[in-house]
Design a protein around this ligand. Structure first.
Ligand code: NDP
Length: 322
């Protein structure tokens, strides 16, 4: 089969298509023929070495496809089932071996490209809005990269829960897209001061929660947007990892809460995984959650997909068609 192998961490040119053998599923595993693989920022962290993986490895943390074979002790899946998965590495490939425990069935009303587009970023938006800081009517949330893959889904879920959403975006076109998916206000933080605008839009009170996926470049400013006892959810490093901070800063900024969550810890039981994936697929199927596919790339075009994503040139989801 064709698969991308990273033999050395580095730039996008390290994503090289090779011919590799298809493995047999072991106990508790399924072999999936991937139809569509999602491109996520986490793939860039593994490629550059910010997140550790031993080369050679196949990147990609999500895909949808059909079950080709099941290993011993797998009773929930059979060949031909339409399935999706997230947070198992190796999806930039025609076939993947995935634990049955982290695989979910894709309902009939959702096509496989949509399933691959919704799985990782959709479940992320779900846990951030429903569990990390459970939003409700009366809350104001500041959401960074609001036109991005994860951001646009988070904006939509925050609106479903009745919150007021202030989006942050890097340019005018992205601001328009953030508004189109439901943001009540958008700060173009490359032109406007994030903190000043967030204070102005909340009558100087500050927001209840900041969902910050940009990381190093915005962390400080994001803290300044919060109301006393608000929650800073730093969940990504698109501009680089946030440097160490003194806990005392949380006190001087108003007894703030700080968390650095990751999807794996919010889908750690089968029940939780099925809850989040089930909600996401149901909303995609009903049209309550709108997906925007920026572009579908071939496996050979994976380096360009990474260049586009890390170059801030995209809105919505990037897919690799297999
Ligand atoms: P996006 O589609 O959101 O693309 C990244 C966006 O980040 C850009 O479009 C850009 O939007 C913004 N950005 C700001 N500064 C930079 C920079 N220096 N370089 C690149 N991008 C920058 O990507 P994803 O939806 O895949 O991921 C978004 C974030 O969410 C990532 O940080 C990722 O790690 C995180 N994430 C975390 C998860 C978790 O469980 N912790 C799970 C899933 C995603 P703009 O120009 O509008 O600022």
């Amino acid at each position: 089969m064709k698969a991308i192998l990273v033999r050395q961490c580095g730039g996008p040119e390290q994503l090289i298509v090779e011919d590799v053998p298809v493995s047999k599923p072991g106990p508790g595993q399924v072999l999936i023929r991937n139809a569509s693989s999602g491109v996520n920022f986490i793939d860039i962290y593994f490629r550059t070495g910010l997140y550790k993986a031993d080369p050679p490895f196949t990147p990609g943390m999500e895909a949808a496809g059909t079950v080709e074979a099941v290993g011993p002790q797998v009773s929930d899946f059979a060949p031909g089932d339409r399935v999706a998965y997230a947070m198992t590495r190796g999806s930039y490939a025609e076939y993947s071996i995935v634990p049955a425990a982290t695989t979910v069935k894709v309902p009939d009303g959702v096509d496989l490209a949509a399933a691959a587009a919704a799985m990782l970023q959709g479940m992320t938006a779900h846990y951030l809005s429903h569990s990390t800081f459970p939003l409700q009517k009366g809350h104001t949330a500041l959401i960074h990269a609001a036109a991005g893959g994860t951001g646009a889904l988070l904006v939509q879920m925050a609106k479903m829960l009745g919150a007021r959403v202030i989006g942050a975006a890097g340019n005018r076109q992205k601001a328009d897209r953030a508004r189109a998916v439901g943001a009540d206000e958008v700060i173009i933080y490359t032109e406007q001061d994030l903190e000043t605008e967030a204070r102005r839009l909340t009558a100087a009170t500050g927001v209840d929660v900041v969902y910050d996926s940009v990381g190093a470049a915005t962390f400080e400013k994001s803290l300044g947007c919060l109301r006393p006892r608000g929650m800073m959810v730093t969940f990504g490093n698109a501009s680089g990892a946030v440097p160490p901070i003194l806990p005392l800063i949380l006190s001087t900024r108003g007894s703030l809460f700080l968390t650095r969550p990751t999807l794996a810890n919010y889908t750690s039981t089968r029940e939780e995984l099925l809850w989040r994936a089930g909600d996401v697929f149901r909303w995609v199927s009903s049209g309550a959650l709108k997906l925007h596919i920026h572009k579908t790339y071939s496996l050979e075009e994976a380096p360009q997909a990474h260049r586009d994503l890390e170059g801030r040139a995209t809105t919505g989801k990037l897919l690799i068609g297999l």
